[in-house]
Design a protein around this ligand. Structure first.
Ligand code: LLP
Length: 385
């Protein structure tokens, strides 16, 4: 719920913009800390939201960083994260990015293929360094989420497949500049069925035993991210089930003596603190429906268009009787639709709408398509109209 005093100030600010409620973010951080009674290492996945104030809040709280580009690594370091708390994933790490990570002395390269491993070894050799590597394994576990955000099935491009492992063991023993430190998994995002994490844990136990049998010691297991949030009821169910998530690993993972557990949470940390604020431009009567045209579109929030994602929307200006609308953006694309047949308080030109649960994969995925201005943002701590 956005405070009434803020809503009246929103009137004077140019729309669209992202609004981040820092109280929600701080409460989410407290929930994560309270639920993590097991001493697991939490890395925040910067790709979900790289707003400076959000990052400051998360890194001040002691989270490490999960990065997928050289720029994310540089950003994390610039924000004060110790390199020893930075994990680096991605199927297509460039030489430049690998060198950035080697020079910084990060915690772990989460390596996704045999050729990548060889390149990391070669570049580390040139710099006279040893690269700490966790092998990202594709465990073929169905995360039961949207197919576009599924990453841990054999058909996906991510991680080592089962058939690569024998070759991998031999290669790891021959490469001079690589130190195997762990194994890494990330099977998808917006996972709401906690049983999936149990299934993953059981597979991870088998992989962990296999490495041990090869004489390859693992200092850590990294379970990736993926914990989902409630997009349908953001107001009544604001926080992800961090207790159940951590408990699933505690219960089902068999960590070996001294082995650390790492996770990389993105969406569940920042999604609910963010709202995209947009203004109604026009109401247009269609043949059989009412279009409500907003000044935000897929350039500001692409999730509904890219993944058929649902985001709750409310009218901040009016509390009238509800009507059904198709809420659409101004972009010259037929898919530029936020919601179809959505019941919303009767709207008029100039009303402000909030598109909720937009703190994760919202602002970071914005574009300037149609040469639009890049969307701006503000937080409850620094709201300026
Ligand atoms: N670790 C790795 C290696 C990842 O690839 C990701 C997300 C995460 C951690 C964080 O996952 P999370 O806790 O946020 O689920 N743009 C899509 C989501 C893409 C997720 C990419 N990887 C969306 O808007 O739904």
């Amino acid at each position: 719920m956005i405070k009434e005093t803020l809503i009246s100030q929103f009137q004077n600010r140019e729309t669209p913009f992202y609004f981040y409620d820092m109280d929600i973010l701080r409460k989410t951080i407290s929930k994560i800390k309270a639920a993590n009674t097991y001493g697991f290492h939490v890395h925040y996945a910067i790709k979900a939201n790289a707003n400076k104030e959000i990052l400051t809040c998360l890194f001040d709280a002691g989270f490490g960083a999960d990065c997928v580009s050289g720029n994310e690594i540089s950003k994390a370091i610039q924000m004060g994260v110790q390199p020893s708390k930075i994990a680096f994933a991605g199927v297509g790490k460039t030489d430049k990015e690998i060198i950035t990570a080697l020079e910084a002395g990060i915690f772990s390269f989460n390596c996704e293929s045999l050729p990548e491993l060889q390149v990391i070894d070669e570049l580390a050799g040139k710099l006279n360094k040893t690269a700490p590597v966790a092998i990202r394994i594709n465990p073929n576990v169905d995360p039961k989420t949207h197919k576009f955000i599924t990453t841990g099935l054999t058909e996906n491009k991510f991680g080592f497949n089962h058939q690569d492992l024998t070759k991998l063991a031999a290669l790891l023993k021959s490469l001079k500049n690589i130190q195997l430190t762990g194994i890494h998994f990330h099977i998808g995002s917006q996972i709401t069925d906690i049983e999936v994490f149990k299934e993953l844990s059981l597979k991870v136990n088998a992989f962990s035993d296999w490495f041990e049998e090869q004489g390859l010691k693992l200092e850590h297991i990294n379970m990736g991210g993926g914990l989902g949030i409630d997009y349908q009821n953001p107001e009544t169910n604001t926080f992800a089930d961090f207790e159940a998530y951590f408990a699933a690993f505690h219960k089902h993972l068999k960590l070996k003596q001294g082995q650390e557990l790492h996770v990389e949470l993105g969406r569940s940390v920042v999604a609910q603190c963010g709202h995209l604020i947009t203004r109604v431009l026009y109401l247009k009567e269609g043949q059989s429906k009412n279009f409500l045209i907003t000044d935000a579109g897929m350039t500001e929030l692409i999730r509904p268009m890219l993944y058929q994602a649902y985001h709750a929307i409310s009218n901040l200006t009016s509390k009238q009787e509800e009507h059904a609308y198709d809420i659409v953006g101004p972009i010259c694309e037929s898919t530029d639709v936020f919601a179809t047949n959505l019941w919303l308080s009767e709207a008029k030109r100039g009303d402000l709408l909030a598109i909720h649960s937009a703190g994760a994969y919202g602002e970071v995925m914005a574009s300037q398509y149609n040469l639009r201005d890049l969307v701006t943002s503000c937080t409850s701590d620094n709201f300026r109209s």
